[in-house]
Design a protein around this ligand. Structure first.
Ligand code: ADP
Ligand code: ADP
Ligand code: ZN
Length: 224
């Protein structure tokens, strides 16, 4: 009997401005590749919902669109990556967002002889980001993502997947979105050069319809 080929664990990072489609695509990839989706933003929101000390700390930053400090963010994600379901890899959505976070991730993977295989940069214009986030709606129960214009639910305000109630994130208010975009350019955009230099960056046209973005992403990952 042929021995199955042991695939190297696959760590994929979704990079892009707020609203670029990271969460939407990470969720699709997670299902297609059967890997966990690790979303730092979802962790912080979950902690906030449960009023944990981490959630209350994160809130002070999230409310204005600033980044939560590196030390707590790094500790939280590194801890998550040690869980058994990450043995075959993971889809990282919203992490890393700063150079120290990227360095910490590289070091932690390298210590286990692992590495980031692909960083998908979802490229979307600033105008598209602003209009997408104004109409973003999220399911309270399963975190499925909708857009009132481009990807509406079948019944207004109700999740197609689980019937949960949809809500608008308070940091999707227009003034906060502008600040998040500013923070992206100031603190996260340098990661584009960082990962290009590591030869793992793939540029994806994120302004295409979701299904086309998904197909391009899968092709880029399979070519890894
Ligand atoms: P979006 O998907 O719109 O880019 P996220 O849900 O990823 O937003 O993040 C929401 C907020 O959570 C950010 O504005 C920031 O305050 C915090 N956050 C999420 N990920 C990180 C991270 N890697 N480092 C620091 N702060 C983060
Ligand atoms: P991010 O995680 O990068 O902040 P999301 O995945 O939450 O981005 O997407 C932001 C908003 O844009 C959501 O309302 C989502 O439904 C919508 N969206 C995602 N991908 C597309 C696309 N390709 N075209 C149009 N709207 C999209
Ligand atoms: Zn739902």
């Amino acid at each position: 009997m042929a021995t199955p080929v042991q695939q190297e664990p696959l760590f994929i990072i979704m990079l892009g401005a707020p609203g670029a489609g990271k969460g939407t695509q990470a969720r699709m990839l997670s299902e297609a590749l059967n890997l966990p989706q690790i979303s730092s933003g979802d962790f912080f929101r979950e902690n906030l919902k449960n009023a944990t000390p981490l959630g209350l700390l994160a809130k002070q930053y999230m409310d204005t669109g600033a980044l939560v400090p590196d030390d707590v963010t790094i500790a939280m994600v590194m801890d998550r990556l040690t869980r058994p379901d990450c043995a075959n890899g993971a889809i990282l959505d919203g992490f890393p967002r700063t150079l120290p976070q990227a360095d910490a991730l590289d070091k932690s993977l390298a210590a286990k002889n692992l590495q980031v295989q692909r960083v998908a940069l979802l490229e979307v214009s600033d105008e598209a980001v602003i209009s997408r986030l104004a109409g973003r709606r999220v399911c309270r129960d399963c975190q499925a993502m909708y857009q009132v214009e481009f990807n509406p639910p079948k019944v207004e305000g109700v999740c197609d997947v689980c019937g949960g109630q949809l809500y608008q994130r308070s940091d999707d208010a227009p003034e906060t979105v502008r600040n998040r975009l500013f923070v992206y350019y100031k603190q996260t955009a340098p990661l584009v050069g960082y990962y290009f230099a590591h030869s793992v960056l793939v540029n994806i046209d994120g302004e295409q319809p979701m299904e086309k973005v998904r197909a391009d992403l899968l092709a880029a990952i399979r070519a890894a």
